[in-house]
Design a protein around this ligand. Structure first.
Ligand SMILES: NC(=O)c1ccc[n+]([C@@H]2O[C@H](COP(=O)([O-])OP(=O)(O)OC[C@H]3O[C@@H](n4cnc5c(N)ncnc54)[C@H](OP(=O)(O)O)[C@@H]3O)[C@@H](O)[C@H]2O)c1
Length: 229
């Protein structure tokens, strides 16, 4: 029998398990249900998991282990400070699966938002170390939860760009197909060592938004300027 978990880019239904029952679980999960995927919400509280699954029209709900076992892809939608240890406890079940890390290890300080990792490692790396057989991909951490409630999010005429990074080519293909199925544009950013930058980008950008400014106006492409040097 072919291993359906390792079949690369596909446009058909994906099986996605979600760890967590909160805002990212339900907004991203809802977007994936709308895109036609087979989603199961797994949580430590079964009443919360049932309510979250019902809210988004997911195919089912269950425990965290059920969520890990359901998916070709498994979203970790938990607080960053507990996510690697939860993943460690599920390491056997997660072996061979694509684990999507949307966590942001950030805390407010007197000096603005700071990374709890110190910026020298990433939560994605800690997850990968905790579950060496899993294929961790950093993705979906740069937007506020509300963005995922928009059908096919488009801004200024362009589909939402979703940066992601990871080491396993098959998992990167799966995440590419997943992002595309949501009507968004995949932006591959390299190997899992880049997760430290994607996490730092969230800390920086959210801090700018909180100040009332717009990060998007700080990053025009060079192609937008005539090179009259
Ligand atoms: N919200 C956003 O806009 C946003 C955007 C980008 C990234 N993120 C990141 O996404 C992750 C999830 O955020 P969220 O807003 O969805 O949080 P949330 O609404 O607070 O949900 C967190 C979930 O984690 C569960 N949980 C907490 N501690 C746990 C533990 N020790 N074991 C098992 N489950 C546990 C909670 O279960 P209980 O209800 O039982 O406590 C809840 O289901 C965070 O890392 C966050 O930084 C959030």
């Amino acid at each position: 029998m072919p291993d359906h978990r390792r079949s690369g880019v596909r446009s058909h239904t994906m099986r996605i398990g979600i760890l967590g029952t909160g805002m990212m679980a339900t907004t991203l999960g809802g977007a994936w249900v709308r895109a036609g995927h087979d989603v199961l919400v797994g949580g430590r509280d079964q009443a919360a998991a049932a309510a979250a699954a019902a809210r988004i029209g997911a195919a089912g709900h269950g425990t965290l282990t059920d969520g890990a076992a359901h998916g070709d892809l498994v979203l970790v939608a938990l607080p960053a400070d507990v996510a690697p240890e939860v993943v460690r406890g599920l390491a056997g079940t997660l072996t061979g699966r694509t684990v999507i890390d949307c966590t942001n290890p950030i805390v407010p300080t007197d000096d603005g938002l700071m990374l709890t990792t110190g910026g020298t490692t990433s939560i994605s790396r800690r997850m990968a170390d905790a579950a060496p057989g899993a294929h961790v991909v950093k993705a979906f951490n740069l937007c506020h939860e509300s963005i995922w409630t928009l059908p096919r999010p488009t801004f200024e005429g362009a589909p939402l760009a979703v940066p992601f990074c990871g080491d396993d080519p098959g998992s990167l293909d799966q995440v590419t197909a997943l992002i595309t199925s949501m009507g968004c544009t995949p932006v591959p950013c390299g190997g899992l060592s880049r997760a430290v930058y994607i996490e730092a980008t969230a800390a920086f950008a959210i801090g700018v938004w909180w100040s009332g400014a717009e990060t998007r106006f700080a990053f025009p492409t060079p192609a937008q300027a005539p090179l009259n040097l």
